[in-house]
Ligand binder design. Structure first.
Ligand SMILES: [Fe+2]
Length: 259
């Protein structure tokens, strides 16, 4: 949809509540920070959120409200600055489940080849697992189930918590991640449950019923619920005149309608 369309913010709020993500074409090109800030204002997201991992002296370099995601051989961030693919994760490695509710990726320019953003409806997969194997689903709710450790070499930090949880409103939220930051505690929950849950999720995240690839073009923004979906990225290839450049902003709020 088009951001200049009449009623665009209300439509976006509705789509995000229904599906958990939306792609929107922003109006005129301009500075990415200003575009993100106008989009966040329209959706009443408040100020960008700086993840707990980036509040340390060693990681301060990554603490910008609007983070550039592009290939940079001088930088060593394991996710932001490489052309490699990224496995399923939620943003906010150290943050509590549900703390970072919204992620926006604004595309300044697309890669020469590849670089699709991948979305996995992990909440829908959880609902299916709960029907088929309640003990496995229960293991994912254990507060000891999943540890995530930072892979930024300058600092050693980690956080343990559940993979799924129910928030104050009774809604299911997730931090389902399956990448190099994860250590699974297979002793958590009913015996064998977490092992079966992980096998189920690895297969579900490959199933077109639950996953989607989105290729952003210049001027488009992908907005998604970081507390309801996992995301990842395809590897990509840049050319001098086609270099992938996204700008990311995170928010602790959910998009809501103006009164
Ligand atoms: Fe991410």
């Amino acid at each position: 949809m088009d951001f200049t369309e009449h009623d665009a913010p209300n439509q976006l709020v509705h789509i995000l509540e229904e599906r958990g993500f939306a792609v929107v074409a922003m109006a005129a090109p301009g500075p990415p920070d200003a575009i993100l800030s106008s989009l966040a204002a329209a959706l009443r997201l408040g100020d960008p959120y700086v993840p707990a991992l980036y509040r340390y002296a060693e990681t301060k370099g990554y603490s910008a409200s609007y983070a550039d995601i592009r290939s940079d051989t001088k930088d060593h961030h394991p996710g932001f600055s490489t052309t490699a693919g990224q496995a399923w994760h939620v943003d906010g490695l150290l943050d509590d489940i549900g703390d970072i509710k919204t992620t926006i990726l604004y595309c300044v320019s697309a890669a020469h080849r590849g670089g699709d953003t991948l979305l996995f409806n992990s909440l829908a997969a959880f609902a299916e697992l709960r029907e088929k194997d309640p003990a496995a689903a229960e293991a994912l709710l254990s507060p000891r189930a999943l540890n995530r450790r930072s892979t930024i070499s300058a600092i050693d930090l980690n956080a343990t918590g559940p993979v799924f949880s129910v928030d104050e409103e009774g809604d299911l939220i997730t931090r389902y991640t399956d990448n190099e930051t994860c250590t699974w505690n297979f002793a958590a929950g009913p015996p064998g449950g977490l092992q079966r849950a992980l096998a189920f999720f690895r297969s579900a995240s490959d199933n077109p019923r639950y996953r989607l690839a989105i290729r952003l073009t210049a001027g488009e923004a992908l907005i998604f619920r970081n507390d309801r979906l996992a995301h990842g990225r395809q590897s990509y290839e840049d050319k001098p005149n086609a270099r992938r450049h996204l700008v990311r902003a995170l928010y602790a709020n959910v998009p809501t309608m103006p009164n």
